[in-house]
Design a protein around this ligand. Sequence first.
Ligand code: MD3
Ligand code: FE
Length: 207
Amino acid sequence: MTQPDLFGESFARDGVAILRGFARADDVALVAAIDAIAAVAPFRHMSVPGGGRMSVAMTNAGTGWVADTRGYRYSPVDPLSGRDWPDLPPVFVDLAERAARVAGFEFLPDGCLINRYEPGAKMGLHQDINEGDYSAPIVSVSLGLPATFQFGGLKRSDPVEKIGLHHGDVVVWGGPARKAFHGVLTLKAGHHAIGGHRYNLTFRKVL
Ligand code: MD3
Ligand code: FE
């Protein structure tokens, strides 16, 4: 059975702006910046309060998101090294600012969670509610293999809509979308010029 082609589909929800391919021109610089961050703060599979480990590997720049058996929180320090996370590189901040401006937000991120999905990795339905300022949007950047993203409502039981996210796509999630449940379906194996995986950068205003 052939899968529906989700590329370029329309998706209209209050507070969501999808900028298809917005980051493509910067992809080489973005991947180089990810590699430089990961050389200092390696990707790792964080533990979660339930006792499991996340299938998505993560690292951070700026103020970092961390999970362990005690819970979820933001921290200036990488628990693996005991040192501050690497600074946000200018190519990250510039891209996030420009994308947010197109979507009508004035936005200066102080943290970026970097997710790496290998085939088989997924992210269950959740809300992003550990940040200090919900008036700020979250800007997400997809690189590499495509993924199917699920976007729901303010209740876990609300129906979800599927949307394909491809290399270079940038999404700005603000206003009424900011606290919506969302997740990512299991990544399928494939080939991409940047490698056989998917990166997602989520820019946040944490403090
Ligand atoms: C909608 N990441 O890191 S990006 C996350 O593809 C996360 O790695 C996914 O969900 C990924 O928390 C999805 C899109 C996204 C990110 C944050 C949101 C959508 C959002 C916060 C609020 C509403
Ligand atoms: Fe999220």
